[in-house]
Design a protein around this ligand. Structure first.
Ligand code: GLV
Ligand code: GLV
Length: 324
C-alpha cells in the first residue's frame, strides 16, 4: 500500500497532484490551515506530513501519531518542529533552504529601504489627502547609501542582504553571528565582525535581524537592546516573531528613541500588537519575505520532493534532523 500523507496547509494544486502520483493524500483544499486539533486529529494513519510554520510538532503531537515517519516543512525556519523530540521518536524533519535565499534577501532590503525612506508612511499621508504643499522637511528619511548596515544572524539570507548593501549601495557592514564568516567572504563584503550583538546595535544605522528563532532568542531585542541603538537608526525583522519584544519596540518608536522599524514577522502572528499598529514610523508586512510565485512554488516542490525522496530512497533532500 502507498504511504498516507497529510497536506496540512493549503498549497499549489500542481504540488498536491505530484504528491498524489506517489501517495494516498489527504490534502487541505480549503482556505484555512489545519493546526492544533484540526492538524493532530488527522495524523493517525499518516506516515508523512506536508507542513508550513503553522503546525507545531512536539513530543505530545508525536505521541498521537505513531505511524509518522517524516514531516516536511514548507519554510526554511523550523522552530515549529521540536527537533530533539523528532529525533527521539525517529521521525525525520525537513525544511526548504536555499530556494528562498535571494528572494528573501530582496525583501529584507525592500523593507530596509521602505523603513529608512518612510515609503508606506508617505503613501498613507498622500492617500489621506494631507499633501497640500511642498515643504523642505516633508517626510525626511535617513540615508541608505554610505551608511552602516548591521546584520544579526549572518546565514545565507544575511549574506544576501549584506551583498546588496555593500555592493549595491556602498554600505559599510558590521555583523554578529555565532560563527565568523570565512576570510574570503569577510574580505568580499569588507565585513566587520562584532563579537557581540550589542556592538552591532550601537554602531549600525540600519539593523537587520535574520537569525533563526530558538528559545534563547526570545526577546533577544528588548527595551535594553533597543536603547543601545542610535536615535536615527532603523530596525528590520524578517527572522521570526518573538525575537523582538514588539511592545518594547512600539514604545521606543513612539518615544522616537529610534527612528523607524520594518517588521515582516510578529510574536503571535497573524495578530499584531496594537501598540505597533498605533505607530506611524513602522512598516508592517504580513510575513511575505519569500512570497514570489517562483519561490513559493520552489519551496512547495522541495517540501514534496523531501517526502518523495524519503519514501523512495530512504533519504530526504534537506533534513533538519539527524537520522539514526
Ligand atoms: C519563512 O518564514 C520561512 O521560514 O521560510
Ligand atoms: C537561512 O537559511 C539563512 O541561512 O539565513
Amino acid at each position: 500500500e502507498r504511504p498516507h500523507i497529510l497536506v496540512a496547509s493549503p498549497t499549489f494544486p500542481e504540488v498536491i497532484a505530484k504528491l498524489r502520483a506517489h501517495f494516498e493524500v489527504e490534502a487541505n483544499e480549503g482556505d484555512d490551515v489545519w493546526k492544533g486539533q484540526a492538524f493532530t486529529s488527522r495524523l493517525p494513519g499518516k506516515s508523512g506530513a506536508f507542513l508550513t510554520g503553522a503546525q507545531t510538532v512536539n513530543a505530545e503531537v508525536l505521541a498521537q501519531a505513531p505511524e509518522l515517519k517524516i514531516v516536511a516543512n514548507m519554510a526554511v525556519g523550523f522552530n515549529n518542529l521540536d527537533v530533539a523530540a523528532l529525533e527521539a521518536a525517529g521521525v525525520v524533519g525537513t525544511n526548504t533552504p536555499d530556494v528562498l535565499t535571494e528572494t528573501t534577501a530582496d525583501f529584507g532590503f525592500a523593507l530596509l529601504m521602505a523603513t529608512a525612506r518612510r515609503v508606506t508612511e508617505a503613501e498613507h499621508y498622500l492617500r489621506a489627502g494631507l499633501w497640500g504643499k511642498w515643504s523642505y522637511d516633508l517626510l525626511l528619511g535617513s540615508e541608505i547609501h554610505g551608511s552602516t548596515l548591521g546584520i544579526i544572524g549572518m546565514g545565507r539570507i544575511g549574506q544576501g542582504i549584506a551583498r546588496r548593501g555593500v555592493h549595491g549601495f556602498g554600505m559599510n557592514l558590521i555583523y554578529h553571528n555565532r560563527s565568523q564568516l570565512d576570510a574570503a567572504t569577510e574580505a568580499e563584503l569588507k565585513a566587520h565582525y562584532a563579537p557581540t550583538k550589542e556592538e552591532v546595535l550601537e554602531k549600525a544605522d540600519h539593523v537587520v535581524l535574520v537569525l533563526p528563532y530558538t528559545p534563547a532568542a526570545h526577546h533577544l531585542i528588548g527595551a535594553a537592546q533597543i536603547a543601545l541603538m542610535k536615535p536615527t537608526a532603523t530596525l528590520v525583522n524578517i527572522a521570526r516573531g518573538g525575537i523582538v519584544d514588539d511592545v518594547a519596540l512600539a514604545k521606543a518608536l513612539q518615544a522616537k528613541t529610534i527612528a523607524a522599524a520594518g517588521l515582516d514577522v510578529f510574536e503571535g502572528e497573524p495578530t499584531v500588537a496594537k501598540e505597533l499598529l498605533e505607530c506611524s514610523n513602522v512598516v508592517l508586512t504580513p510575513h511575505i519575505a519569500s512570497a514570489t510565485l517562483q519561490t513559493r512554488l520552489q519551496m512547495a516542490h522541495l517540501a514534496a520532493d523531501n517526502l518523495i525522496a524519503f519514501f523512495k530512497e530512504g533519504k530526504p533532500l534537506t533534513p533538519v534532523t539527524q537520522q539514526r
